[in-house]
Design a protein around this ligand. Structure first.
Ligand SMILES: Cc1cc2nc3c(=O)[nH]c(=O)nc-3n(C[C@H](O)[C@H](O)[C@H](O)COP(=O)(O)O)c2cc1C
Length: 207
């Protein structure tokens, strides 16, 4: 394992990591998949109990079968959260949901999907730092990613599809692949609006 391949400056990785939802079909080298998972394994976690588990799926028929489930889950979320039932319901200016719908259609074609899971008690906060490590390592390798979720409607079938024990919790579904399009800056609120110093609502000393 060549950790030197993750040598991209951490600032560059963090400041150019954005949601990749359009992927080239090229398969990912297994050594790169390993590097990403090794990086994930180094993340902080509660009591170092290491409850995070990763299920890496590269097998084409499995990814395709999962893609249909993912699409169903995505539309179930849209039904619950926005009351939408089809593409015409998504406002043209809602670029994030339009892109996310595209991913729901294309999940079946992505070269690799990683599920971030947890053994009981399944706390998310012991898994999410590992997922972010995995996605930053992906960025350093030129591999795009985006954290996504599923929906209660599909969870039993999801567990059955991959023979995941029912007490193993699901946290993220992370498609991975070389991006169609690039990496680049993201748009976020100014930290002056999101960060306080010493007490709630006391401004930070920067513009
Ligand atoms: C908890 C969580 C759930 C998300 N679910 C989805 C999802 O279901 N589908 C999707 O395409 N993106 C999903 N995302 C990605 C976000 O939409 C994305 O991180 C956000 O819009 C910022 O994108 P950017 O980094 O490209 O600016 C999710 C992100 C998080 C943290």
């Amino acid at each position: 394992m060549d950790v030197g391949r993750l040598a991209m400056p951490i600032g560059e990785a963090m400041f150019t990591q954005r949601a990749t939802r359009r992927f080239r079909p090229d398969p990912l080298p297994m050594e790169d998949i390993r590097l990403m998972v090794e990086a994930a394994s180094k993340a902080p976690n509660g009591g170092n109990r290491q409850i995070a588990r990763f299920l890496v799926v590269t097998d084409r028929p499995r990814v395709e079968t999962f893609g249909a489930l993912y699409r169903e889950a995505w539309w179930a979320k849209r039904r619950d959260e926005q009351g939408w039932s089809g593409p015409d319901d998504i406002p043209a200016e809602d670029k994030t949901h339009r892109a996310a719908m595209g991913l729901a259609d294309e999940m079946r074609d992505v070269p690799c999907v990683v599920f971030a899971l947890a053994l009981p008690p399944g706390a998310a906060n012991s898994v999410l730092p590992a997922a972010q490590n995995l996605m930053l390592a992906a960025r350093a390798l030129g591999i795009g990613s985006v954290p996504t979720t599923l929906h209660p409607d599909v969870m039993d079938r999801f567990h059955a599809m991959f023979a995941i024990p029912s007490d193993v919790s699901f946290h993220f579904c992370i498609p991975l692949g070389y991006p169609r399009g690039g990496f680049g800056p993201t748009s976020r609120k100014p930290t002056r609006e999101t960060t306080y110093l010493n007490r709630w609502e006391q401004p930070v000393p920067w513009e």
